[in-house]
Design a protein around this ligand. Structure first.
Ligand code: AMP
Length: 212
């Protein structure tokens, strides 16, 4: 099964992709995570991508497309996958089609802009194991410390308020049009993602025929 999550930054794509990955045994191809890893490791891709990411801009399509093509050709993708954060522009969606890939479902997570701003500015992440928290909605047991691995939590550079507003502007301008692209193909199902994480995960799993 090939799934695509779309939705504004902070809509819960990464969180729900993780739950679905566990339930269905599918690998997650998270372009934001791959890019952050590349920045951390100082690779050529990471060096090229960093300034775009820090400014809340999209990384150029050609860099993203070669990265995604390479990742999707790995053996673990043969039985399907979950795309989290890709495609993010119309040319990326068209490139996916040109690669002969049609997703089974495009899961659209819907949250309005004001809720996104409070979600993202309160988000805390563990740079060591990737766990994600929220200062109000999902705080760690000990403030500032990862429950999973004990590492100190940090704020993503692109979660500062001004950058979040820029990411939302870029989302509406460049990413929202891909929804119409997949709607024409009859593949999109919208989910209100303002409810609790558990309720949204349940609705997604039920839709995918994998209810717990
Ligand atoms: P995310 O973790 O999905 O919010 O991605 C973080 C940042 O990585 C984005 O703000 C972009 O700068 C970059 N990025 C991730 N995926 C893509 C993509 N498909 N196309 C362009 N830039 C991307």
């Amino acid at each position: 099964m090939k799934l695509i999550f779309i939705g504004p930054p902070g809509a819960g794509k990464g969180t729900h992709a993780a739950a679905i990955s566990e339930a269905l045994g599918l690998p997650i191809i998270g372009t934001g995570n791959i890019l952050r890893e590349s920045v951390k490791n100082g690779t050529e891709l990471g060096q090229k991508a960093k300034s775009f990411m820090d400014a809340g801009q999209l990384v150029p399509d050609e860099l993203i497309l070669s990265m995604v093509k390479e990742r999707l050709s790995a053996p673990d993708c043969a039985g399907g996958y979950i795309l989290d954060g890709f495609p993010r522009t119309l040319p990326q969606a068209e490139a996916l089609t040109a690669m002969g890939i049609t997703p089974d479902h495009v899961l659209s997570l819907e949250v309005d802009d004001s809720a996104i701003i409070s979600r993202l500015t309160g988000r805390r992440v563990c740079d060591n194991c990737g766990a994600t928290y929220h200062v109000v909605g999902m705080p760690p047991k000990t403030e500032g410390i990862c429950d999973v691995c004990g590492n100190a939590l940090s704020v993503r550079a692109d979660d500062r308020e001004e950058t979040v507003k820029e990411r939302l502007r870029v989302y509406h301008e460049q990413t929202e049009p891909i929804k119409a692209y997949f709607e024409q193909m009859g593949l999109v199902r919208g989910f209100d993602s303002t409810g609790s994480v558990a309720a949204v995960t349940r609705a997604l799993l039920q839709y995918l025929g994998a209810s717990q």
